[in-house]
Design a protein around this ligand. Structure first.
Ligand SMILES: Nc1nc2c(ncn2[C@@H]2O[C@H](COP(=O)(O)OP(=O)(O)OP(=O)(O)O)[C@@H](O)[C@H]2O)c(=O)[nH]1
Length: 240
């Protein structure tokens, strides 16, 4: 019955026995057609899914917690112009904790343990016409290094703000840079109130550093894993 219907569809009643191989060819080709449809459909679904994943990757925002530290009145708030910047063509959002520190802090009071745990990167701001604010940055550096001993790669940027006030300068560029070099930090002098470009460069640099330090710690985990599995293999060989 079924064969007859196929014959009818193919209009091969007059083909006699020759109709059977023809019918089989038709059956095979229709199965092939079905398979083709299925695979094309699947391909389209996969392509759509890939496209969706790609776009969600593009929309994915790299997050970073940035702690902005410094004495009072150094221009920390002025330095924070944006919470969303485009880095390598990707929108990057980050949280900023703008923390006020007393002008003459104790080592413990200038940065809390909670802040240190929270932050992926630090921006330490001083006013280059205020020596006390520079001393505060020194203390904060000491405190961060003390508490983040195990995370020595945590990125820190030292920023000398109010570069426009040259006539009132108390800290030379060399002094600022020297502190940065000896503490393994980056260094910038900016004028946050004059233009946002300087602050933008600082945040760009810090986010780059945060990314680099993250991939470094991932790599270290990878290397540790390889060493562990290699020593397991060699250890077993020795006992055999
Ligand atoms: N000339 C000059 N003034 C600036 C600059 N940046 C900030 N200021 C001024 O410095 C003062 C303090 O700026 P803020 O951004 O409030 O400083 P802050 O560090 O956030 O101060 P706190 O809120 O006390 O922690 C303001 O009057 C700003 O206009 C700068 O680059 N040049």
């Amino acid at each position: 019955m079924y064969l007859k219907e196929i014959f009818a569809e193919l209009q091969v009643e007059d083909f006699g026995w020759a109709g059977i191989p023809l019918c089989l060819v038709w059956l095979q080709s229709s199965q092939f057609f079905l398979l083709l449809c299925l695979s094309t459909g699947l391909q389209m679904v996969v392509q759509q899914l890939t496209r969706m994943t790609d776009s969600s990757h593009q929309q994915h925002k790299a997050e970073a917690n940035i702690l902005v530290l410094g004495a009072e009145n150094v221009g920390k708030s002025e330095s924070i112009y944006t919470h969303n910047i485009s880095l390598d063509g990707r929108d990057t959002s980050f949280s900023i904790w703008d923390s006020v520190c007393p002008q003459k802090p104790s080592l413990q009071s200038c940065v809390s343990e909670e802040q240190l745990r929270w932050a992926d990167g630090f921006i330490l701001v001083y006013s280059l016409c205020d020596r006390d604010s520079f001393s505060v940055v020194r203390q904060q550096l000491q405190r961060i290094r003390q508490l983040k001993k195990r995370h020595s790669s945590t990125p820190i940027i030292i920023v000398g703000n109010k570069r426009d006030l040259q006539h009132r300068r108390q800290i030379s560029s060399e002094e600022g840079r020297l502190l940065a070099i000896t503490s393994d930090c980056d260094f910038f002098e900016i004028s946050a109130a004059e233009t946002y470009h300087g602050s933008l460069v600082v945040f760009h640099q810090l986010l780059e550093r945060v990314r680099a330090s993250r991939s470094l710690s991932k790599k270290n985990v990878g290397i540790k894993g390889i060493v562990r599995s290699m020593s397991a293999v060699f250890g077993r060989r020795r006992t055999e």
